[in-house]
Design a protein around this ligand. Structure first.
Ligand code: 2P0
Length: 323
């Protein structure tokens, strides 16, 4: 029986955003989403079974803070309640991100943890079930199990599915860090506030349905410009909904705005690059793999950008070693 396993999972950035929940208990997304897993955003997690009567959780070499530790303990409890895990574990997880600037670490973190737990389980867990289990930890983690371009539909218990394998994807992203302060409002809290107070929440859900369908069609026909246009518009629509919450949540700073403008300038110079923004100030530029170097140069020269780096398509979560 395996008692110790080391795994790796890549974070992803959504082309069509998951924003809003149908059900908080089951962590059911209110919007279907599509993402690209990225090789520069990797989490490595070591999980060891222990005879101790409690779980121990270490993140980036330090004991996890209380809120994070509780979230992970609750998640381990869910595995135990479902008889997929017995006893307790020691978790040591590290983000090998170029910077810790509020990037999607819950996606890679929970995908890595779920993958490790499935290896330690006596039950044989299918990949789709694993994606569902990862979703309970974090919605976006369901997509990191699959990797490449993955879609997470809505539904009563959805799992992510593969749309395009990583090695068949001909575009990547330039990630621009526009501020590294910890998020003011967590995605979880902001999603709740959007649902209860944003006058645009319903409009966002309706638009998101159209964007999801249009994105699937654009991916199928490898129509890069349409992929980029829909992704950029979808991210801005999500932020429109977020900005309109009461009280308002503003994730952007002045560098974010400068980078949105930069995407337009780069396009007017003849390079197809499109901006997408998660729940924070950072901007990811979606462009063809062949243009990543040129886009990186333009992004790095923008005042206010602390650091920028290239991120290429990555695969799903994987086991590195076990004993
Ligand atoms: C996404 N985000 O699709 C969207 C876009 C942020 C902006 O998924 O509550 O951390 O853990 O399910 O996965 C962030 O939400 O939320 C997210 P939970 P999660 O990538």
């Amino acid at each position: 029986m395996i008692r110790r396993v080391r795994v790796r999972a890549y974070a992803n950035i959504a082309l069509i955003k998951y924003w809003g929940k149908l059900d908080e208990q089951k962590n059911l997304p209110a919007t279907a989403s599509i993402s690209l897993a990225l090789d520069s955003l990797v989490t490595e997690t070591l999980v060891t079974k222990t005879k101790e009567k409690r779980d121990r959780i270490e993140l980036d070499g330090k004991s996890a803070d209380r809120t994070t530790a509780q979230r992970i303990r609750d998640y381990l409890e869910l595995w135990r309640e479902r008889k997929l895990l017995d006893g307790h574990v020691r978790i040591s997880s590290a983000n090998k991100f170029p910077t810790a600037a509020g990037l999607a670490s819950s996606a890679s973190g929970f995908a890595a943890l779920a993958t490790a737990l499935s290896e330690l389980s006596k039950t044989n867990i299918a990949r789709s079930t694993l994606s569902r289990l990862a979703r309970f930890g974090s919605g976006s983690a369901a997509r990191s199990i699959v990797g490449g371009i993955a879609a997470l539909p809505t539904g009563s218990d959805p799992a992510a599915k593969m749309i395009i394998e990583a090695d068949q994807v001909d575009f990547g992203m330039v990630v621009a860090i526009a501020g590294d302060s910890a998020k003011k409002v967590s995605s979880r809290e902001a999603m709740k506030l959007c649902k209860t107070s944003s006058p645009y929440f319903k409009a966002w859900i309706d638009q998101s349905k159209r964007d999801y369908k249009a994105m699937l069609a654009a991916l199928k026909s490898s129509d890069f410009n349409t992929i980029g246009e829909i992704a950029e518009a979808n991210a801005l629509a999500m932020h429109g909904c977020i900005l309109a919450t009461r009280p308002s949540i503003v994730y952007w700073n002045e560098t974010t705005l400068a980078l949105i403008e930069l995407a337009r300038m780069i396009r007017s110079d003849g390079i197809a690059a499109y901006a997408t923004i998660d729940a924070g100030p950072n901007v990811c530029f979606i462009c063809k793999l062949t243009e990543l170097g040129r886009v990186l140069k333009r992004v790095s020269n923008t005042p206010g950008v602390e650091t920028a780096f290239i991120a290429k398509p990555a695969g799903g979560s994987e086991v590195i070693e076990w004993e």
